[in-house]
Design a protein around this ligand. Sequence first.
Ligand code: ADP
Ligand code: MG
Length: 244
Amino acid sequence: MTSSTGRAPAPPDVSPQDERIDIETRPSLEAKDLYRFFWAGDEETLALRGVNVTVSAGEVVAVVGPSGSGKSTLLSCLAGLDEPSGGTVWVDGERMSHQPESVRADLRARTIGIVLQSDSLFDHLTVADNVRLSQSLATSARRRPQVDALLDSLGIRSRARAHPSQLSGGEAARAGLAVALANDPAVVLADEPTGELDAETERRLLALLTQRARQGRAVIIASHSPAVRKAADRVIALADGRIV
Ligand code: ADP
Ligand code: MG
């Protein structure tokens, strides 16, 4: 496979065919033989050691494992925020790994929603404007839900004009989810999204993520929480950078 360094991001319908997996059978997300090494001085950390992950549309997959097992590194590589040292990541039929940052950023904006524990919102923008900002970053997005309809589906339409500092914990979690879903991404990646939430808020957030999967998206959640494990269709357990 040739590198496409310097290539402008192709519009979704005319991407090079050799970069695509058959539409009928392709998974939403596929990672093959992922390795990620970190060096600090002479010390080498093997954060991922040959991880294979395939997630189909409609699935909720939990990534579990002790602290330091590689969950966040895996999600960062899947999101194209980090480059694996070895292996390949495909998202919605397009190669994410080993691409120029501009190509990764475009693919990420179009196809991936990222949900974090907290602080994913800009304080000086309203909830609605945080969502619009995310939409404006995905210039070639295929699907762009109406902001009001999206906030309505998450039960926070009445908070559209509120600023993040004015939101309750549960509202902030759903506003963060709204930003992640701003471009109706094929893949939702959530890294410990419920770590700071009470049980009821966690339950609501997981219900919304599960609903998303049932609407044909792929959802991957890294978490320590038993509730996440229970909500998932499938569990991937990591230890020392390997699937166990
Ligand atoms: P988890 O999310 O499961 O807690 P991480 O993916 O954050 O695990 O970390 C996996 C391993 O990689 C840990 O040993 C961590 O210290 C190391 N690591 C993660 N990111 C970096 C980095 N940027 N530089 C050096 N080491 C890192
Ligand atoms: Mg982590």
